[in-house]
Design a protein around this ligand. Sequence first.
Ligand code: NZQ
Ligand code: ZN
Length: 386
Amino acid sequence: MLDFEFYNPTKIVFGKDKIEKLNDLIDKDARVLILYGGGSIKKFGTLDKVKEALKGREIFEFPGIEPNPKYETLMKAVEVVKKENINFLLAVGGGSVMDGTKFVNLAANYEGEDKTDLLKYGFTPVPVSKGLPIGTVVTLPATGSEMNGGSVISYDGGKFSVRSPLSFPKFSILDPTLTYTLPKTQVANGVVDTFIHVLEQYATYPVDARFQDRTAEGILKTLIEIGRKTIDDPTDYDARANLVWCATMGLNGLIAAGVPQDWTTHKIGHELTAIYGIDHAKTLATILPALWEVRRKEKGAKLVQYAERVWDIKEGSDDEKIDLAISKTREFFEILDMPTHLSKYGLTKDDVDTVVDSLERHGMTNLSETGDLGLDISRKVIEKAL
Ligand code: NZQ
Ligand code: ZN
């Protein structure tokens, strides 16, 4: 096992009707800014419940955080934070709203003049030393943003990771019933995004991290069991509750501790979202199988383990096991109505240069668990994903 530090201060409040707990979780004299997206929380009554729970406090609203939240939108929220002397940020929504709220907090407290500086640090924590407390009410299980210190912000044709220990929410309310109103395609996004978060922390090379591996395999197997079921039957509480908890545990640092990680699928996926507007999870479903085909040698031992333990493939040579595991993975995504080829989104070989150029422009030239994946290999992966 590799050395690691593990830090996670987020309190989770899980279950039906837990929005009521906001009254205990946020100080009575707080000036709260509620940040949200394009209106789903208004339409489905979540905003009213939040306001009811916060009665007696000074409440302000910032609507309109779009999917793949934009820097320019978030900077408008920074103005509200300053003007209204806000001292608590409450994100109510999916990954975009939670990420956006984290960025608003950092930008409001960053001392430098140009806040786009914050987009340049990648996985290194940004130089911000104080921030407001953040809480979240999660309406879309997918990103794990509710229990991690990361965020992804869109700016000038790119998507940028912004990390800080200050971005961990103080608490997150996970009420699976708040997610019942999601369109089927967003539920599928949640299943696939979670599945691939786990795999980016798992399908690398073995370091004898048994707890992390078996926890990762447990999440993967759970998603295979409940994935289609929770799309078809959105109000099956237990199926949805399992998805919600898997999404949170899939990217809160637990299974990342002490293991190599390979975020190549996400990095290429972010370029595809930035250029073509394809949903985050949908980009991943096309890239991951292609990456494995290209990198089957480097990832061989873990892919065999994945085949045996997640898909119960016990027969055949290692190569045959890997082949079958890749095709079962594709099949799983396709069963969720998630295409595994970029051609389904209209991309052709003429698009490959555009994506590779964009990776280069954003410095994504040393990807993979060992940093050996240059643009030539990314090109092969994108070609395979077509
Ligand atoms: O904006 P509204 O009207 O609320 O509608 C949203 C949005 O259109 C809708 N929605 C959310 N909850 C709903 C609902 N509709 C009906 N009922 C509900 N209960 O869903 C749409 C998509 O929402 P969004 O927040 O964009 O989706 P998701 O949670 O998948 O977040 C994607 C973003 O997270 C980033 C992605 O890059 C992307 O920008 N990621 C963040 C990560 C992190 N912080 O650790 C890691 C991830 O890998 C990912 O990169
Ligand atoms: Zn993701």
